[in-house]
Design a protein around this ligand. Structure first.
Ligand code: NAP
Ligand code: GDD
Length: 360
């Protein structure tokens, strides 16, 4: 019998990579997509359009984590062996604007799925993975952070995710459900949403290099993140649900870089050396030199500005994880390096901008 998986958030970055991974492993994959006035399935269209998979091993259903009856109906019809709850309003800054919606989706949404498993009597059949996050740690400075580190959530997003983290553990203990949290540190890819900082940078730089924009405006350049590749992280999700018992796991690279360092690394890939001068809102990033003839005209130009608009009411300054437990017990380690990630993202976005604006 093929294993059946249900992925909430299948249209997102992680959902799309996870669907590919599970299909390659022979799973039947069901995904929940939201109704939208525009197409929102770009990341998974290549899977759905594969006629060998469409409605044979790959199924999409309309749904929403704020709709209990929909969740119960889908789970009762699909009767999945594994649920990956990846659906969330995942943008930390936006969570300050719509905190109540975020609590409803990112916190109570998880409870709705757990309740559905219980109401339908699927406690023994269905394993569930919850997309927990390094944001739970907030500004805990006892770095590197592991499964024992304390949580200090610092945004409506993180507080909602903290509820989900604990309700998973509660249902594991109370009802013996295989409910596991993956505490994932930041992971990126060419499929990353365009308003998260790495993707905003790779697209912004591509536009400057193609002469479409003069500058890129960013917020807190001092923030430090432990960035991995989403492809490696969805593999960890799968391993977490194959483990002999449900536990909570930190997934991270253990290495960290500031936003400034990410910018420098991207520009280096295209032959430019970036320097910074000034402080705070007056800090400026400018091109010191270019090895690439095509970009000589940018030497001396100010291409990075800081704008108050992109700061958060409260930010998380530094996140670095210690994934020793996953290395030892799940045999998981990241395959992509920071350098590979930067290369893949900037190359992808240079090609994307060229195709969009310059190729007929
Ligand atoms: P993403 O690209 O923003 O994808 C989020 C997905 O959730 C999208 O498919 C979105 O649908 C869906 N969604 C949002 N609200 C929903 C609702 N009310 N009902 C049903 N679906 C809803 O996020 P991601 O980067 O793939 O992250 C996946 C999960 O991991 C999220 O829960 C995120 O919070 C968590 N996480 C991410 C990271 C990271 O660095 N990427 C790290 C730790 C944890 P639409 O496409 O229609 O918007
Ligand atoms: N988005 C954004 N845009 N962030 C900026 C900008 C900007 O213009 N300028 C500076 N930053 C800083 C933010 O203040 C933050 O400190 C850091 O860059 C990373 O921001 P994001 O890329 O938006 O990600 P995040 O770390 O807040 O959240 C992501 O990772 C979490 C795991 O730690 C999201 O994927 C969350 O869903 C996830 O849980």
């Amino acid at each position: 019998m093929k294993k059946i998986a249900l992925i909430t958030g299948i249209t997102g970055q992680d959902g799309s990579y996870l669907a590919e991974l599970l299909l390659n492993k022979g799973y039947v994959v069901h995904g929940v997509k939201r109704r939208s006035s525009m197409f929102n399935t770009q990341r998974i269209d290549h899977i759905f359009e594969n006629l060998k998979l469409q409605n044979k091993r790959f199924f999409l259903h309309f749904g929403d984590l704020i709709d209990s009856s929909n969740i119960i109906r889908l789970i009762s019809e699909i009767r999945p062996n594994e649920i990956y709850n990846l659906a969330a309003m995942s943008h930390v800054k936006v969570s300050f604007e719509i905190p109540e919606y975020v609590a409803n989706t990112d916190a109570i949404g998880t409870l709705r799925i757990l309740e559905a498993i219980r109401i339908l009597g699927l406690e023994k059949k269905t394993r569930i993975y919850q997309a927990s996050t390094s944001e739970l740690y907030g500004n805990n400075m006892q770095i590197p952070l592991n499964e024992e580190s304390q949580f200090y959530p610092n945004s409506p997003y993180a507080v909602a995710k903290l509820y989900s983290y604990w309700i998973m553990i509660n249902y594991r203990k109370a009802y013996n459900i295989f409910a596991a949290n993956g505490i994932l540190f930041n992971h990126e890819s060419p499929r990353r949403g365009e308003t998260f900082v790495t993707r905003k940078i790779t697209i912004g730089i591509a536009k400057i290099l193609y002469g479409l924009n003069d500058k890129l405006y960013l917020g807190n350049l001092d923030a430090v993140r432990d960035w991995g590749h989403a492809k490696d992280y969805v593999d960890a999700m799968w391993r977490i649900l194959q483990h002999k018992n449900p536990q909570d796991w930190v997934i991270a690279t253990g290495l960290s870089y500031s936003i400034r360092e990410f910018l420098i690394a991207c520009l280096k890939k295209v032959g430019l050396i970036l320097g910074f001068r000034g402080k705070g809102l007056n800090e400026i990033g400018y091109v010191i030199s270019s090895k690439n003839e095509n970009y000589k005209h940018l030497v001396g130009k100010e291409i990075i500005n800081v704008s108050e608009k992109y700061f958060r009411p409260s930010d998380v300054n530094k996140l670095v994880g210690d994934a020793s437990k996953a290395r030892q017990k799940l045999d998981w380690k990241p395959k992509s390096s920071f350098d590979d990630l930067v290369e893949e993202m900037i190359t992808h976005d240079m090609q994307m901008i060229e195709k969009k604006y310059f190729k007929k």
